[in-house]
Design a protein around this ligand. Structure first.
Ligand SMILES: Nc1ncnc2c1ncn2[C@@H]1O[C@H](COP(=O)(O)OP(=O)(O)OP(=O)(O)O)[C@@H](O)[C@H]1O
Length: 260
């Protein structure tokens, strides 16, 4: 479980956060408040979608889940332990797939890339091999260890990045804009993999400004606007409230799963 309590994150200089600058000076010394006093619990097993327009604070928010971003105020705890007390535990419990797989794929071949994390943990070869096999199977890329990463399509790279995170056997898998740059078939393939992973018991958090397809998978949608939670509701309810957040929503259909 991930628990945020009153989390605020700022970028840049200045600012104790005291006093909004409304005097027209553009506030050059003011910090940007990217996440503004958010409290949120992500239970185990949940498929959570974090939605919102560009710049609404989605990336900053999820990066606090495993200490990639340290809040300026508030606390984040993973499985009951504050992230700042045990960064290693938080990083192993919360696997992160970054916005651009190129930021994540470090080795020349698929197998070496997925093995990178487990080997860094110092796991025995047998255990590392087992994790690589399972992770590649989970993203529908079993048996493709020897292929070169630079020969893969965008969708395949995304799936290798997901496999790399899965090989760490995290409690929560967090994906930041996993569909960026993917064509429709690749997008569907990644969506299908996420659906299957969740069915098999993985907790999934997807960050997106585009709700096509994933809205129907979500147990809950948290919509951000200006660093605050504007909506926190099951999909049908959230989507009807979300147009004001300037996110793309499916045109009819796709939301036929009952909530309750
Ligand atoms: N490293 C940084 N330095 C300064 N400001 C930043 C930095 N990262 C983000 N910001 C600012 O913080 C705010 C929230 O950004 P964030 O990336 O968390 O939002 P987002 O919803 O994920 O946006 P996007 O969809 O564009 O990635 C924005 O105003 C952004 O410009």
């Amino acid at each position: 479980m991930i628990e945020l309590d009153g989390v605020t994150c700022r970028y840049g200089r200045g600012g104790d956060g005291e006093g909004d600058d409304e005097d027209g000076d553009e506030g050059v010394d003011d910090a940007t408040v990217a996440v503004d006093d958010i409290s949120l619990t992500v239970p185990d097993g949940e498929f959570l979608v974090v939605a919102g327009a560009n710049g609404s604070g989605k990336t900053t928010l999820v990066r606090t889940f495993n200490g990639l971003v340290e809040p300026d105020a508030g606390t984040v705890a993973v499985n009951g332990t504050p992230v700042d007390e045990d960064l290693v535990a938080a990083r192993s419990a919360v696997g992160m797939v970054f916005q651009d797989p190129r930021d994540q794929l470090v080795a020349a071949t698929v197998g070496a890339d997925v093995a990178f994390g487990p080997e860094n943990l110092g796991l025995a070869h047998d255990e590392s091999d087992r994790r690589v096999d399972e992770a590649l199977a989970a993203v529908n890329m079993a048996g493709r260890e020897r292929e070169r990463v630079d020969s893969l399509s965008g969708g395949e790279r995304e799936r290798v990045a997901i496999a790399g995170a899965l090989a760490m056997e995290p409690d929560h898998l967090v994906l930041d804009e996993p569909f960026t740059g993917l064509d429709e078939p690749a997008r569907r393939s990644v969506v299908e993999r996420l659906r299957a992973l969740h069915r098999e018991g993985t907790s999934v958090v997807v960050v997106t400004h585009d709700l096509r397809d994933v809205a129907a998978l979500a147990d809950r949608i948290v919509g951000l606007a200006d660093g605050r939670v504007a909506v926190d509701a099951p999909p049908e309810e959230a989507v009807s409230a979300l147009p004001g957040l300037d996110v793309r929503v499916p045109e009819g259909g796709g939301l036929d799963e009952p909530t309750g």
